[in-house]
Design a binder for this molecule. Structure first.
Ligand SMILES: [Zn+2]
Length: 415
């Protein structure tokens, strides 16, 4: 039999209330006690007490006074942006993208590094993360001590319990203890996960998933997958591999996927799969640039937009495969919103939009289709790095809450 679940204590409730206030301050950039009371649904006394504690800790600052036409002036509150910094690193198959943010998630610096298309060893990736992090801090003249944590996205499944990168197919990695290797070098709190999860966090906080309870944030890039938000929370699954939607089999006995199975969605709508479709139509297509996925997909998008028949055929076939995957996803999850993101999605989905929607409608059940809003991501920033930095900030705010409660208890100030 399973262990009884731990009870929710008044401490947990206070912690959750505190995070609610911090979230609102982060999303709105500034607010007042009155507004926070309205937005969180907490009592005036609770908000006053919690804000008082956060002001004393330096986590929140007063930035001015609002003078209404009627009534008393109210103090404007904001997170103490300069109180620290957080970093998001997107380690992808062809590049590493580093971003530095303040505690209000305003971008302070970014840095890009291209990766060779050959296999890369875990030690090399660790070294690149460490040196890239130093370069990023130097760019913004940010002191290392101010960084409250680093969020790092790595391709493939990642196991939180062991800190192990389970499987990175492009590089042939299996069971790499990446977190321990990085901790040894960085000595800063680390938060690792894969791009599906971080992209979903960014969409849920800043993109089309704001305020949405059930969402699938689809990643359509070199790899394919989805980050799932269920009941307002990121869904991890029992071993953090929920959302491996790219390995849904859409063609029984079809193309070999890099996971080893046959007929996976990713083998048809990931960038290499789309290029395979192109080569199946014309083995010597001028739209294909061997060894350069990005340039080839861009060439298909440009040619299709100009009405090129071959490019349109590739886009149409891709729409057929993608709609099969989206139809299953909608039937299975019954989401309010499906957001299609990442670079292949941004380049090709707008071209196939009308056709894609009519195909999805035909290939999903009526009720879940009617309930789902399908959209292309409107996130201008690198959503994976932003999601990674957001996860760091969430961890930090939660931990600061626990730490400061101890401090307050020691002072006897906690109620
Ligand atoms: Zn697969």
């Amino acid at each position: 039999m399973s262990q009884p679940k731990p009870r929710t204590t008044t401490r947990d409730i206070r912690q959750a209330n505190r995070l609610q206030i911090l979230h609102q301050l982060l999303l709105r950039k500034s607010s007042t006690r009155q507004e926070l009371t309205r937005l969180t649904g907490l009592s005036t006394a609770t908000v006053a007490h919690l804000v008082g504690a956060m002001l004393a800790e330096g986590l929140v600052v007063e930035t001015g006074v609002e003078i209404p036409q009627i009534g008393r002036p109210t103090t404007i509150l904001a997170l103490n942006a300069a109180g620290g910094a957080c970093v998001g690193v997107d380690v992808a198959e062809t590049y590493i993208h580093y971003e530095l943010y303040d505690l209000m998630l305003t971008n302070l610096a970014r840095y890009d590094l291209a990766l060779p298309s050959s296999k890369i060893e875990p030690e090399e990736v660790v070294q690149l993360i460490v040196t890239g992090f130093d370069t990023l801090l130097a760019q913004a003249a940010m002191a290392r001590e101010k960084v409250v944590g680093i969020g790092i996205s790595i391709p493939g499944p990642f196991e939180h319990a062991t800190g192990v990168s389970v499987f990175a197919p492009t590089w042939g990695w299996a069971n790499v203890p990446l977190k321990a290797m990085l901790e040894e070098r960085l000595e800063i709190p680390l938060y690792l996960d894969n791009p599906l999860k971080f992209n979903a966090i960014a969409e849920a906080w800043f993109g089309g998933g704001r305020g949405i309870d059930t969402m699938a944030a689809v990643v359509l890039g070199t790899g394919v997958g989805a980050g799932l938000v269920i009941d307002g929370k990121l869904y991890h699954g029992s071993s953090n591999t929920a959302g491996e939607w790219g390995h849904t089999i859409i063609v029984a006995g079809g193309r070999t996927c890099r996971c080893g199975n046959q007929g996976c969605l990713e083998a048809y709508v990931g960038a290499p799969g789309i290029l395979q479709t192109l080569l199946e139509i014309d083995r010597s297509s001028p739209l294909h640039f061997p060894g350069d996925q990005t340039r080839s997909i861009e060439a298909i998008a440009t040619a299709a937009a100009q009405g090129d028949a071959m490019a349109l055929e590739v886009v149409n076939r891709t729409a057929v495969y993608l709609s099969a995957g989206l139809g299953s996803l909608i039937n299975f999850l019954n989401p309010e919103v499906v957001i299609i993101g990442s670079w292949v999605g941004a380049l090709l989905v707008p071209i196939m939009w009308e056709k894609l929607l009519s195909l999805v409608e035909r290939q999903s059940l009526e009720r879940p289709y009617m309930a789902a809003r399908i959209m292309v991501s409107d996130m201008a920033r690198n959503s994976v790095s932003l999601g990674a930095a957001t996860s760091v900030l969430e961890e930090y705010l939660a931990k600061e809450g626990r730490r400061s409660k101890r401090r307050l208890t020691e002072k006897g100030a906690e109620r």
